[in-house]
Design a protein. Structure first.
Length: 320
């Protein structure tokens, strides 16, 4: 049995797609298939790889529109998933392509510096005593240390696709959460201020970064934890934080959103006034009535119990 690989090519500004036929063998990975093409069919094909053990992250590509570690995913599994006999392979999204499947990582590494990715230990640590930490504290951020910088998360990030200028790559937020959650750090607020300036609250919460992370690190969850931490460190004087608090207050008090006042609570009267044309259109279509009393959900007791249970679960997670 063979598989047809449609590989996106890019050389010196020219783009095209080449199709190659590769025989399927037991345990054939996408990286094996790419290597077969380069060694047997077309030596001009360019791609990156190193460890072949899902550790270095160098071999990530897009297969049928989804980011994958090419050394990890089996061709047979992909054919079964997509119910097809051909696979389309292209470079990661939201990167500048250098050649074929090779992308430019230098701008991404530069962006990581925005989160100030250095741990500054507390003053009570010394060169003699070291920076001791309990296993419980280590476990709070341990999984985020497993990021291999494969780029799968940023490749599928819808916010980066729309505009990457005002929002960091998801793996940079993972790095920031690792530092903020580290009990040895004396400057968590420094990292939080950095991610706020880098667009923390602009996340679309589409969950694509989490869905595509080959290590199961949950970058979207890391972003939410950073948002929570901004409240603990009193860094909540911004539109995103006020918007989140306004939603929380509405749900807690009435079980429904008071959308007529949500924008005022989030952006203030002046900025809200600039949106008056939109407000008038909503009022004209009957979607908003600022004069109507805000209703209380008849299931408010059930909703309040859910909110309380969620808060309790969050507290227990923080302790574990």
């Amino acid at each position: 049995m063979d598989v047809q690989l449609k590989i996106h090519r890019f050389v010196e500004g020219k783009k095209w797609v080449d199709t190659y036929t590769v025989p399927i063998t037991t345990g054939l990975t996408v990286l094996n298939a790419l290597t077969y093409v380069k060694e047997k069919l077309d030596p001009t094909l360019s791609f990156t790889s190193a460890c072949r053990s899902s550790i270095c992250g160098a071999c990530a590509v897009r297969v049928n529109g989804n980011a994958e570690l090419s050394c990890e995913v089996l061709v047979e599994d992909l054919l079964a998933r997509y119910q097809t006999e051909e696979l389309t392979i292209e470079p990661l999204g939201n990167f500048t392509v250098i050649r074929d499947l090779v992308v430019d990582w230098d701008p991404k590494y530069a962006r990581i510096k925005k989160v100030k990715p250095t741990l500054h230990p507390k003053d009570d640590f010394t060169s003699e005593t070291g920076c001791l930490q309990s296993p419980e504290d280590f476990n709070k951020y341990k999984k985020y240390a497993g990021c291999i910088l494969c780029g799968s998360c940023v490749s599928e990030c819808n916010k980066n696709t729309l505009n990457a200028d005002d929002f960091l790559d998801p793996f940079a937020f993972v790095k920031a959460e690792k530092l903020v959650a580290d009990s040895r750090s004396k400057t968590p607020a420094e990292h939080l201020k950095a991610v706020l300036d880098a667009g923390l609250w602009r996340c679309f919460n589409c969950q694509e970064c989490t869905a595509k992370c080959p290590k199961g690190l949950d970058p979207a969850g890391a972003i939410e934890k950073l948002k929570e931490a901004t409240f603990r460190h009193h860094l909540d004087d911004n539109v995103g934080a006020r918007h989140a608090k306004a939603i929380y207050d509405d749900i807690s008090e009435s079980g429904t959103l008071d959308e007529s006042k949500l924008n005022i609570k989030s952006e203030g009267y002046f900025m809200s006034a600039l949106r008056l044309p939109m407000a008038l259109r909503l009022m004209n279509t009957g979607k908003m009535d600022p004069l109507a009393s805000h209703p209380v959900n008849p299931e408010i007791k059930t909703i309040a119990a859910i909110v309380k249970a969620a808060e309790q679960a969050d507290k227990e997670e923080a302790k574990s």
